[in-house]
Design a protein around this ligand. Structure first.
Ligand code: ZLM
Ligand code: CA
Ligand code: ZN
Length: 394
């Protein structure tokens, strides 16, 4: 065969609506939807739009959101605004609004847009129009059926998985955001058709949301539906590229083999990078991306839905999601950023006095955390999940 390999030939669809990026949670709130604009600028700057099918997504309808969320919660979400919110004090507290999830102008438009993009991405996969579908505005894993939580208002991931369950007996959810994917875990707690696997910083006293311990595996009795199908990998500060990569490949590989899902959803929260404003890990972009590449390599003919999530240092979020878009389409990008992208200045390295710096794609700066992991502790985490997998059958 002349040593020439068959081209990868993945069909990738990209789901986006620029209206999401103009919304504001508040001046100093860590969640900044304009990071999506920055990501898109990089993706377009590198020309990746020519390697994918780009869809302008539509807002999810109320009926679509109601497949997971309650009517009372959606009523409130549709009615409340910054001017009338004083009239709704009790509901505001009951439905999880506050500093983390503020009431802001255009909130309904924002949440229905990111929800609609994930739904459209899932449908594009289910109709075989794409092998991999991407929605960087989604991945908002904390939202509950009746409450906003942790910057998340509607759970686009749950909505997308519900859509995929119409076509596949089993769906695997993998979550590399630094926070525990509690909303998705809870939504599918009592079914063995969805396996949820989250890697996260775990310190129940101090780190949000406080759930996701190693012994949080599903309903208590082995005969209960869903028992053993919640998988959690609780981590401490400062995990590095090599440790995380090793852990991720061993655990995720074993889960895919045991559960044999028909489709996979990967939440790619970029707050697991070093230098993130809220995160605690020391990952570099290439190590974060290696998780995406690994899952893609284990998908074979299974559809893969790639979603965003957290990420609070916008220039690094944009770098990461651009790199991962390239991994999805199978393109290799040069490290020097394209010369003519808007906001190129945002990617200029901090001047360390060593001379002129040029803006680079794969490198991030920022403070690092002390590494609190031991080889023995990491080995125990792997053992723990492998033991649990004896109860998981595809
Ligand atoms: N206070 N402003 C990750 C979601 C993490 C709960 C402690 C709110 C913040 C944070 C909000 C401007 C994902 C908690 C925090 C202050 C109770 C969290 C508004 C700074 C600010 O300056 C801020 C007034 C705000 C929020 C920091 N909140 C940092 N960490 C977490 C939620 C979401 O990445 O997983 C997916 C998108 N909340 O720790 C408090 C306990 C509220
Ligand atoms: Ca996670
Ligand atoms: Zn997060």
């Amino acid at each position: 065969r002349n040593g020439i390999e068959k081209p990868q030939g993945y069909k990738v669809s990209f789901h986006y609506n620029a209206d999401v990026e103009s919304h504001h949670f508040g001046k100093t709130h860590p969640m900044k939807p304009w990071r999506l604009m920055l990501s898109k600028q990089l993706i377009v700057g590198y020309g990746l739009q020519y390697a994918m099918e780009c869809y302008q997504s539509l807002p999810a309808t109320r009926q679509e959101l109601a497949r997971f969320h309650t009517d009372r919660y959606l009523d409130f979400l549709g009615i409340v605004n910054p001017l009338n919110m004083e009239d709704w004090k009790a509901e505001r507290d009951r439905f999880g609004f506050g500093d983390d999830c503020p009431v802001f102008d255009g909130m309904w438009d924002y949440v229905s847009l990111y929800g609609g993009a994930s739904l459209q991405a899932a449908r594009t996969l289910m109709s075989h129009e794409a092998d991999i579908a991407i929605n960087w505005s989604g991945g908002l894993h904390h939202a509950k059926k009746s409450a906003a939580s942790g910057f998340c208002y509607v759970n686009d991931i749950v909505l997308a998985i519900q859509e995929m369950l119409r076509h596949h007996a089993r769906v695997l959810y993998v979550d590399i955001d630094v926070h525990h994917g509690d909303g998705v875990e809870q939504a599918f707690w009592s079914t063995d058709r969805v396996c949820t696997l989250s890697y996260h910083k775990y310190d129940p006293e101090v780190f949000f949301p406080g759930t996701g311990g190693a012994d949080e595996t599903g309903p208590p009795h082995s005969r209960d539906e869903g028992a053993h199908h919640a998988l959690n990998v609780p981590l401490d500060d400062g995990i590095d590229d090599e440790q995380y990569g090793d852990l991720f490949r061993r655990i995720t590989g074993a889960v895919i083999d045991a559960f044999d899902p028909g489709a996979i959803v990967l939440q790619c929260g970029a707050d697991s990078l070093g230098g993130d404003r809220l995160g605690r890990f020391n990952l570099n972009i290439k190590a974060h991306g290696a998780c995406v590449a690994f899952v893609k390599s284990r998908c074979h003919d299974r559809p893969l839905l790639i979603l965003g999530g957290g990420g609070y240092t916008p220039r690094n979020v944009a770098r990461t999601w651009c790199h991962e878009t390239a991994l999805a389409v199978g393109a290799e990008l040069r490290g020097t950023l394209p010369a003519h992208i808007p906001y190129r200045q945002a990617f200029m390295g901090e001047d360390n006095g060593a001379g002129l710096l040029y803006p680079e794609l794969h490198n991030i700066e920022g403070k690092r955390h002390q590494n609190r992991h031991s080889p023995a502790g990491l080995a125990r985490l792997v053992e723990n999940v492998l033991t649990q997998l004896r109860y998981v059958r595809g």
